[in-house]
Design a protein around this ligand. Sequence first.
Ligand SMILES: [Zn+2]
Length: 329
Amino acid sequence: MWRTVGHPQAVSYLERSLGSGRMAHAYLLVGQRHVGKGTLAQDTARALNCQGESPPCGACSACERIDRGTHPDVLRVGLLSDEKTGRPRTEISIDQMREVASLAALPPYEGGHRVFIIDGAELLSTEAANALLKTLEEPSPKVVFLLLSAAEGILLPTVTSRCQRVELRPLPAQEVAGFLEATGMDPEEAQLRMRLSNGSPGRALDQEFLSRRGEALAQAEAMLSQGSWDRLALAAERAASYDKERDAEFLDLWLGWWRDLLLLRAGCPDAVANADHAAALERTARALSLSQIKGAIHSLRAAAEGLRHHASPRLALEVMVLNLPHLEA
Ligand SMILES: [Zn+2]
């Protein structure tokens, strides 16, 4: 059974390729974070190696070992932690890709397929991407590469041109809510998380995301009563973490907060995404004018655009925080 939630076209495309024995050598699964790329890759790896009658059965020894991460022919490659600091590194290294290349040259240990799942292909260092390219140029039989990326625009075109592209779009809201309710979640909680998920079912279940969101919303609210000095300190802190992780999720969360203020000001409380913060949002919306809210959204979007176009993150964020309106505490 495929465990991928939604994405019927992508699943049936891969199923058909598997059924006809015409799997490509490499696939690029693209889509926003938590949209289902990892689950689809895992399903494909199981389907390619399953010993049951209707692959991926989920019950045979191969499927179980792939789930546990102990199958010798299925390797998941992603960011490693730094041995000294314990923090995740910022790139997938050439050494990791050399290991992949040497394994890819060997026949599958158990006779099925060797599957390499490269999670976060945009994080390959230039040397690592070039090493991968060499492996893709000389495909061995029974080897399948699954590259996962939320930012395909920064992948080497020479790599992407060797992959079959499979796009996973955000899921419709009600599909996410249905999936959450099927996990036994309380319907009201499911509705809230559905709105926060942005079409990514995995995001709605990610506790770390929920705590990052809590922190970002608290910052968005606190900034309004902060002076320039505190705002600049926050901008510097966020810019430093952006420099390391290249992740502007906090900006999306701040934008979500401001979007909710706009919706409240426009008289559409039912469309508010952060419904569990309704009291604080309503209080803030009452204290701001429509043009102040629109101005703030414009500044946030300009900062996000700046980051996408490689502006100095610190400068882009400093300009933004200083442009936000000020409320007396
Ligand atoms: Zn199986």
